[in-house]
Design a binder for this molecule. Structure first.
Ligand SMILES: [Fe+2]
Ligand SMILES: [Fe+2]
Length: 174
């Protein structure tokens, strides 16, 4: 694990100065932009992975690019197919622009678990898939269904559930 302390903005700098990555600012996602969603997930992954004493730099980097794709890359294949395939496209795009390590690669590929067949192999990957789901529920609730009041408790409950599962599944592999 890297020991040197890094602020979120320092980690994010490399990505937000990349022209191809910043195309996600023009993509709609959960009623906001894909960039806003990605950065919300990344900031929460940064906080949670630091709190859990994980490799927060890899976890945050993976979170920033976990949805690095534009809709036109799917043509007419939207819906469930996009839900299953987009992590692979995000990983290919991330590898094309940045140096991605093994923890980051698995976390990006597995972030749609259990929809994807790739299992999250590290606590960092479990952290990303958990936070992504919690944030998605929050964003759907606030931007699409207008039930803001239940968004936070539901998000936290889902997040906690995944953190517990993560601990059970990875405790002997670390
Ligand atoms: Fe995603
Ligand atoms: Fe996401």
């Amino acid at each position: 694990m890297r020991k040197r302390y890094k602020k979120f903005d320092t980690i994010a700098k490399e990505f937000i100065s990349n022209e191809k990555f910043m195309r996600i600012q023009n993509e709609s996602h959960h009623g906001i932009t894909r960039y806003e969603h990605s950065m919300r997930v990344a900031r929460n992954v940064y906080k949670l992975s630091k709190k859990l004493n994980l490799d927060y730099i890899s976890a945050t980097r993976a979170a920033i690019v976990h949805d690095f794709f534009v809709n036109e890359e799917f043509g007419t294949n939207r819906g469930l197919i996009q839900g299953v395939v987009h992590p692979d496209i995000a990983l290919a795009n991330a590898r094309g622009e940045f140096k991605i390590n093994d923890i980051e690669a698995n976390a990006i590929e597995a972030h749609m678990f259990p929809l994807s067949t790739v299992l999250p192999k590290s606590k960092e990957a479990w952290c990303l898939t958990s936070v992504d789901k919690a944030v998605a529920i929050y964003e759907y609730a606030t931007n699409k269904f207008s039930v803001k009041r239940i968004a936070n408790p539901v998000s936290y409950a889902v997040c906690l559930m995944f953190v517990y599962i993560m601990n059970f599944l990875t405790i002997n592999n670390r």
